[in-house]
Every structure is written in structure tokens, then in C-alpha cells.
Ligand binder design. Structure first.
Ligand code: COI
Length: 355
């Protein structure tokens, strides 16, 4: 029996689909009818099950709640005009998930379990994939320590769950970011490169302070000196400076974004030179002043390519020039969307077809 055949499916009695306004989705407001759940016990992952999305019984002593063994991924599925359903670069997301799991001492998930689970769940909820422009089915696989024990230890039991959500754009308007010079998201050697839940929880407080000051997101800097730009928490950051595409190089304190990699890969086809290197706050400030910084944008699965309108540095707001259809970020966004929707040839083999 193949893994696909071994996945038991319990369907909902009544779909919630008629309640969804596909023209007004927002991000993460609706969860599709079904979820997939697999248990890790006795040293191995057991067969996943697909069941109606519902609350679950968990022990209050569950280790994830106390010591934070919890990691996740974010991906998107699309339905192209011919009705073919694809997932964007799930193999790369799978590799990153396993890097996160390893960092958190959690058991790896095989590529077969990952891809088969995603495909099976998406097939069951295929009607939840939006087709309106800028929309997709967001896929949220996550793994957490489910063992009930208070001792400070690496858990022996875990759950791997996938839920999905029809989503529209993450940001509804250009983003205002504040360069953070007091708080820290991640230090070299820490867990910044892993997609663990705690990275997000720890970012809430400084982000809330920035929001009170009128910004949407924080632009994190290095933990030692606050001199170099890392990322923006919900997305990686890219600049067009002096006609070049510039982005902070990967390190243990920043997430290896799949959209980041996709845009860097497409940069040659889009006719721009790329630079992955340390990017200092001082050079961004100087480039804002002398007009060499023509674009800044966030890139991520949820954010896709999100325009940055204002960067606050040392308490001073720098407004970026307006963008138009020839701006790099809009050309990059269109190319990425066209590849994902099957409008442009998928030369890099990024679209994984759901059977
Ligand atoms: C994503 O882009 O998929 C993310 O995980 C960022 C955020 C929505 C948590």
C-alpha cells in the first residue's frame, strides 16, 4: 500500500465553503474544511489522517507549550486557468522545515510524507483554492511537541498537522517599516534561521511599539551592534540601490526565504545585477538621502512582493520614490505570479503538480 492509499479520509458532513466571500478574503481569516494530522510516537511517524478541521484535545502539560518545540512552514497552492493545481516549491520548503526541526531537536519528516500529505489534503479541499487575482490557498504545515510531561526535555511525541486557508494579499497597502535599534529578533548562533514559533512571539512586543508609532513592521538589525539589516520578521528585505538588487546575505539570524531565493534567481532574467551581502543601516540612510535608493520591498510567501513606502532610521522617516509598472519590484512580482499561475513557462521547475 502506498502512503497516499494509507491516508484515511473523514469528510465534513457540511462544507463551510458557502460562507466564504472569495472577493474579500484577507489573510488567514478562514480555515478550509479539512486538516491532516500525523503522530510521532515510538520513534517513528505514523500514517497521517485527514479529518474535519476542528478543535483538538491536548494536555496542558504538552511540552510545546512549556519549552517551545514548535516549528512551521508557509506555502501556497494555485489553480491555473486550465484547472491544474500546483504548489510552489514545496521541496525547498520541506528542506527548510527539516533544518528547523533539526535545530529544535525534533524528528525529521520525509519528503514523501510531506509531499503526499500536502497533495492529499489539497485534493480533498481543492474547491477552497481561490482563483481571483492575487489570491491562493495558503498551506500551513506545523510540527509541535505533544508529549505531556513537565520535565525540561526533548519530547518523544509530536504532531505534524497541515491546515490551509484561502488568502488574499498579506498587506493591503504599501508598508511603513522602522529600523529597530533596541530590540533583537535573533542573534548569530540562535534560532533566527529556523521557522520556530518563538521567533514570531518574541517579535510581537517591539512590533507593537513600532505600530503605536505609526509603522507596520520592524526592520530587524544584527544583535551585536544594530548596524546591519537582517530581515523584517514576516518577510525578507530587498533594495534597489544604484540600479542593483541588494539583499542581506543569509546567516544563522535570518530566514532563508523561498520567495527571496526565487526573486534572486529571476533577477538575471529581469536584467538586474544582484548583490547578497551585509547591508548597513548607514548605507541605506545615505542612499535615502542621495537618492540612490530607488526601491525597497519585502519578499515572502505571505507577503509575495510588498512595496515599502517609508523607512524610519534613527527616528527619521525616509519616503521612497513612487513606483510604476517598470519598477523592478512590480516586474518581479508579475513574473513570479505568472510562473505560479502557469501563464509563463516554469523554466526552473518550481510548480509541483498535485495529482
Ligand atoms: C510566510 O510568509 O509564509 C510566513 O510564514 C510569514 C508570516 C505569515 C508568519
Amino acid at each position: 500500500m502506498t502512503l497516499t492509499e494509507s491516508i484515511a479520509i473523514e469528510r465534513v458532513k457540511q462544507s463551510r465553503l458557502p460562507q466564504i466571500d472569495f472577493n474579500n478574503l484577507g489573510f488567514g481569516a478562514h480555515i478550509s474544511d479539512h486538516m491532516l494530522v500525523a503522530d510521532y510516537k515510538d520513534g517513528r511517524w505514523h500514517e497521517p489522517k485527514i479529518m474535519p478541521y476542528a478543535n483538538m484535545m491536548m494536555s496542558p502539560a504538552m511540552l510545546a507549550l512549556h519549552y517551545g518545540q514548535s516549528v512551521f512552514e508557509g506555502m501556497k497552492a494555485f489553480k491555473n486557468p486550465e484547472g491544474v493545481v500546483t504548489i510552489f516549491r514545496p521541496e525547498r520548503h520541506h528542506k527548510r522545515l527539516n533544518r528547523s526541526l533539526e535545530r529544535m531537536c525534533m524528528p525529521a519528516i520525509s519528503e514523501e510524507l510531506f509531499l503526499t500529505s500536502l497533495s492529499a489534503l489539497i485534493e480533498v479541499d481543492a474547491d477552497w483554492i481561490p482563483t481571483t487575482e492575487g489570491s491562493s490557498l495558503y498551506l500551513r504545515p506545523f510540527v509541535f511537541a505533544s508529549e505531556a510531561k513537565l520535565g525540561v526535555k526533548v519530547a518523544d511525541e509530536y504532531k505534524f498537522i497541515i491546515i490551509t486557508s484561502p488568502v488574499g494579499p498579506y498587506f493591503s497597502k504599501p508598508v511603513r517599516v522602522k529600523v529597530e535599534e533596541e530590540y533583537v529578533r535573533a542573534a548569530e548562533g540562535g534560532t533566527g534561521f529556523a521557522k520556530c514559533a518563538g521567533n514570531y512571539g518574541g517579535a510581537f512586543y517591539p512590533t507593537m511599539l513600532a505600530q503605536k508609532q505609526g509603522y507596520d513592521q520592524v526592520l530587524w538589525t544584527d544583535a551585536k551592534e544594530h548596524k546591519y539589516i537582517d530581515e523584517s520578521g514576516a518577510m525578507n528585505i530587498m533594495f534597489v540601490m544604484d540600479g542593483k538588487l541588494v539583499t542581506p546575505k543569509l546567516s544563522t539570524s535570518l530566514l532563508d526565504g523561498v520567495t527571496r531565493d526565487s526573486i534572486l534567481t529571476l533577477s538575471a532574467e529581469l536584467g538586474i545585477q544582484k548583490e547578497e551581502r551585509r547591508v548597513s543601516v548607514a548605507e541605506i540612510e545615505e542612499a535615502c538621502k542621495n537618492g540612490k535608493l530607488t526601491e525597497a520591498f519585502g519578499v515572502g510567501t505571505a507577503a509575495v512582493v510588498s512595496q515599502i513606502a517609508v523607512i524610519s532610521i534613527h527616528g527619521k522617516d525616509y519616503s521612497l520614490p513612487a513606483i510604476d509598472a517598470n519598477s523592478f519590484q512590480l516586474r518581479a512580482k508579475k513574473k513570479l505570479n505568472d510562473i505560479r499561475m502557469g501563464i509563463e513557462a516554469d523554466k526552473h521547475g518550481w510548480n509541483y503538480v498535485v495529482k
